[in-house]
Ligand binder design. Structure first.
Ligand code: FDA
Length: 585
């Protein structure tokens, strides 16, 4: 007999676990979340927060979204992305990042009601955790996962109370392993992995110092420092990262993984800070220092029976592209509604298998992307004549050489410009963040051909309502008060949504019948003049890829699961057939 029982036990209260708990509680599912430590993240690791993540927070409620923006550094202050010899030294080049180039900004604004921002993990985790606990999650800190065993009806997990040392068991119907990059749950569940752990060594130095005079005129989240040794281990270059503008910072500096792990003493931390900032007299208030490894490792299957893993537990990669916590939160958005539907008896257990089909490819994609971004730093060093390692004197000579009036220097400047511009695949890869298209039995494509990407799919988001893709965002207008509403706002909140236009009223009626027959909540909206929502700008008509009397069926995670381009003879029959397939009933 277990000591405690709950529907879902979540191991870990990082971005993945806290988001899963917050979503499950919002959907009315009993859940418990445990963390081996007494509190949440104590250093601001993740920070770049992308639009898709902001859509998840918006789905959790406007108060959650608003609080994130309240504490975040605004997108406007994120984007100069400087490459320099030190903060006080010579600037080598820069590129506008994170949607700050005017063309990229336009794409961002057209793609989502959310905006990219910089929200350190020390703010994101408490926000998600508070949302979870205030909505019903039973949370236990200082509680360590030891092992689990599953059978046909559920999972029995053994935990240790680290305050008393006593062990106890929790019986749950499902177990979520959101226990980070050293996941024991993934290991005990026997998930298969590909790639390698510890391909590079890195250290974090967190400190306070007012660096306004070096940065305020060129606001950025990231200042990349090219110095001898900067390409060893780590993330490809020395990094001075803004945590709070402009007086809290995190330096990321690499070390050779094949050598001994450096001891990051206060003296050593101060000397690295002085070297990267280029101020030999700089005084810092050291807050924390730690080492970590660069990983290139992902699970090829992300669940086993009743155990589902998410976040760093299934994708382990360097922070390049800022995808870690974002993808972790998005994993949770994919799984939580499925668990809720199964636990409420509204879907068959087969629905849960789609978590594997849909998120394992994402794990592989982002791990590959983040590691490739490190490799793509090399051309900048090469263009500066710094590949193969250089002395400070040689580096000065190389930097000077680029300022000559000679043809060689012009060629070198061109090579530097090209190499820096290519880094948009790391710092402005909007497509990587937004283009996820799912293929699984929880998506009914039928004979509809997938639209090919017109532009580079890593760089540019391409809206489509092709089943499997995220519903495109456009602004609509509420008929009663003219208020602007995103198409995404019509969807989500744990329920399916049917969208149609004038002439599609039969879909609405059919959806009402089918939803009561299946016992599920199915929101229904007609878009058009004098309807609940108007498309005054015509943006919806241009983007929806269906006729006015067609329909889109959207899952609770905003992904389209089926569409009909026009009204059919028996809409109820089609909707019932599709929903039965999606819900594995
Ligand atoms: P995470 O590791 O955060 O949490 C794991 C949880 O499990 C913790 O609560 C832990 O205590 C708990 N746990 C572990 N073992 C346990 C056990 N046995 N029993 C009980 N509890 C246990 N990402 C991003 O999206 N944007 C960015 O800009 C960056 N930047 C960045 C910079 C730097 C320097 C680093 C090191 C990392 C990033 N990241 C990032 C990555 C990001 O930090 C990372 O991907 C997320 O924290 C992963 O979230 P998870 O919830 O999966 O694991």
């Amino acid at each position: 007999m277990a000591d405690i029982s709950t529907d879902v036990l979540v191991i870990g209260t990082g971005p993945a676990g806290s988001a899963a708990a917050a979503l499950l509680s919002s959907y009315g599912i009993s859940n418990m979340a445990v963390n081996q430590y007494r509190w949440l993240a104590n250093t601001p690791r993740a920070h770049i927060t992308n639009q898709r993540t902001m859509e998840v927070l918006r789905d959790l409620g406007r108060e959650v979204e608003d609080e994130a923006y309240l504490f975040a550094t605004h997108q406007d202050l994120m984007g100069e992305n400087i490459f320099c010899e030190s903060l006080a030294g010579e600037e080598i080049g820069r590129m506008k990042a994170w949607g700050n180039h005017p063309l990229s900004r336009a794409e961002h604004q057209m793609s989502s009601p959310g905006r990219m921002n910089d929200l350190p993990q020390t703010y994101m985790e408490p926000l998600l955790f508070k949302t979870a606990c205030s909505r019903g999650t039973q949370a236990r800190m200082s509680t360590e996962y030891l092992h689990h065993e599953q059978d046909n009806e559920g999972v029995t997990t053994v935990l240790r109370d680290r305050l008393t040392g006593g062990e106890f068991t929790v019986r749950s119907k499902y177990l979520i392993g959101a226990d980070g990059g050293k996941s024991l749950v993934a290991e005990h569940a026997g998930l298969p992995f590909e790639g390698k752990m510890a391909v590079g060594g890195s250290m974090n130095i967190l400190f306070r110092a007012d660096l306004s005079k070096y940065v305020a005129h060129r606001p950025s989240v990231l200042y990349w420092v090219m110095q001898p040794g900067a390409d060893v281990g780590g993330i490809g270059m020395g990094l001075v990262r803004m945590v709070r503008p402009w007086n809290e910072w995190l330096i990321v500096w690499g070390y050779d993984i094949n050598g001994p792990e450096p001891e990051v003493t206060p003296e050593f931390a101060t000397s690295v800070a002085r070297q990267l900032i280029g101020d030999p007299d700089l005084e810092i208030e050291l807050l924390a220092a730690s080492t970590w490894t660069v990983n290139d490792y992902y699970a090829t299957r992300v669940s086993e029976g009743r155990v589902f893993c998410m976040g760093d537990a299934i994708h382990r990669h360097p922070p390049s592209n800022g995808l870690g916590s974002n993808t972790s939160i998005q994993d949770a958005f994919n799984l939580a509604w499925k668990l809720a539907f199964v636990l409420k008896g509204q879907a068959g257990e087969g629905l849960l298998a789609s978590y594997d089909d849909e998120r394992a490819p994402v794990a592989r994609q982002i791990v590959t992307r983040a590691n490739q971004s490190i490799a793509e730093t090399a051309p900048i060093f090469a263009a500066l004549g710094m590949d193969g390692g250089v002395s400070p004197e040689q580096m000065q000579k190389n930097l000077e050489a680029r300022s000559d009036g000679t043809a060689e220097a012009a060629a070198q400047r061109e090579a530097i410009r090209k190499a820096i511009a290519f880094k948009k695949y790391e710092f402005d890869a909007h497509g990587v963040e937004m283009n996820q298209r799912y293929r699984s039995p929880a998506v009914v494509v039928e004979d509809q051909i997938e639209p090919a990407f017109q532009l580079d799919a890593d760089l540019h988001y391409q809206p489509t309502t092709w089943p499997g893709a995220r519903l495109p965002h456009v602004w609509l207008y509420r008929h009663d008060n003219g208020e602007e509403v995103s198409t995404l706002d019509l969807c989500g909140h744990g329920r399916f949504t049917l969208l149609t236009g004038l002439g599609g009223e039969a879909w609405v009626e059919a959806a009402g019948k089918v939803s009561s027959h299946l016992g599920i909540d199915l929101a229904r909206h007609v878009i058009g003049p004098r309807c609940e929502f108007a498309d005054h700008s015509g943006d919806w008509a241009r983007i929806c890829e269906i006729q006015d009397n067609g329909c889109l069926l959207v899952r609770p995670d905003h992904h389209v699961c089926w569409r009909a381009t026009a009204l059919v003879a028996d809409p109820a029959a089609d909707l019932a057939r599709v929903l039965r397939q999606v819900l594995a009933r």
